[in-house]
Design a protein around this ligand. Sequence first.
Ligand SMILES: Cc1cc2nc3c(=O)[nH]c(=O)nc-3n(C[C@H](O)[C@H](O)[C@H](O)COP(=O)(O)OP(=O)(O)OC[C@H]3O[C@@H](n4cnc5c(N)ncnc54)[C@H](O)[C@@H]3O)c2cc1C
Ligand code: FES
Length: 336
Amino acid sequence: MSHKIALNFEDGVTRFIDANLGETVADAAYRQGINIPLDCRDGACGACKCFAEAGQYDLGEEYVEDALSEEEAEQGYVLTCQMRAESDCVVRVPASSDLCKTQQASYEAAISAVRQLSDSTIALSIKGEALSKLAFLPGQYVNLKVPGSEQSRAYSFSSLPKDGEVSFLIRNVPGGLMSSFLTGLAKAGDSMTLAGPLGSFYLREIKRPLLLLAGGTGLAPFTAMLEKIAEQDSAHPLHLIYGVTHDHDLVELDRLEAFAARIPNFTYSACVASPDSGYPHKGYVTQHIAPKHLNDGDVDVYLCGPPPMVEAVSGYIREQGIAPANFYYEKFAASA
Ligand SMILES: Cc1cc2nc3c(=O)[nH]c(=O)nc-3n(C[C@H](O)[C@H](O)[C@H](O)COP(=O)(O)OP(=O)(O)OC[C@H]3O[C@@H](n4cnc5c(N)ncnc54)[C@H](O)[C@@H]3O)c2cc1C
Ligand code: FES
């Protein structure tokens, strides 16, 4: 029996390893070619200290207070030369992937479907045997190489992996390199290279109500997160507000409806900013945040979208004088 450990490095790279029963996380990483910084291997120096963001584990009994204080252990810090996983875990390593002698993984796959959902939005799915080995935390992204060029673009997974297939929700930027490929040339069977997974915008353990705020194709990481939540259930209320600029940007509503039917505590609303919109709910995401969604600060907020939207929403929440328990965001910055 083994458990999956996601090691998140400080440069945003994530690698997954298997830790066998009774094996320390540092040993499991080393066995799989990843050198977490170590010195004494004895629980005495603290060189291997990391932060466990999720999962159950045994801290070990052999370490000394100087290496890991009681307070640090309570906060979630661990000594990976002593830590033994008792479930799947997520561990933040305070070093770059390069320093730990690893790097992001690269995968070859082929387009299984490319569909224009509207003038502004494309749904892309890719599939391949190599992707059956791909693991990521819902909310993370990969770099997809644009076929016929040496350039890559970052895209958040919009689904969990299933039978070696993953999907993306992509904005059609007029004249954009990837956008032009996807709307003009791409067809099923074309090969694509992806590198990752990457990023610290991923679903944490749900310990309180969640407020999910999406702008445009910033919806992508949330549909991956909702797939995960649907598998595990949550006792806490989860509310998503999805804002777009024009009516034709509003996509995947049937999928959100299906999540609302499947996840007992999940609700959502969508809104369109353009004054010309015929959609019943108008305005910006911020106009649809009710005080109950911020729950006097006892809420984890996840926010994703184009940089101006992320900045405007962050500013709005600050102005309410409420500091959410946790605030995670991802900006879909243009690479050019
Ligand atoms: C971490 C991360 C995750 C991302 N995930 C997603 C995702 O899931 N879905 C998604 O649609 N995008 C996502 N993006 C943005 C994506 O990587 C590309 O930037 C975008 O798709 C444009 O690529 P392109 O090759 O079509 O255009 P490019 O060739 O990169 O750009 C063409 C021109 O358009 C401008 N431009 C690019 N993007 C925009 C924009 N959004 N608005 C206005 N002008 C723009 C550029 O500055 C350039 O002048 C993500 C970005 C980051 C950093
Ligand atoms: S390597 Fe010294 S405490 Fe783990």
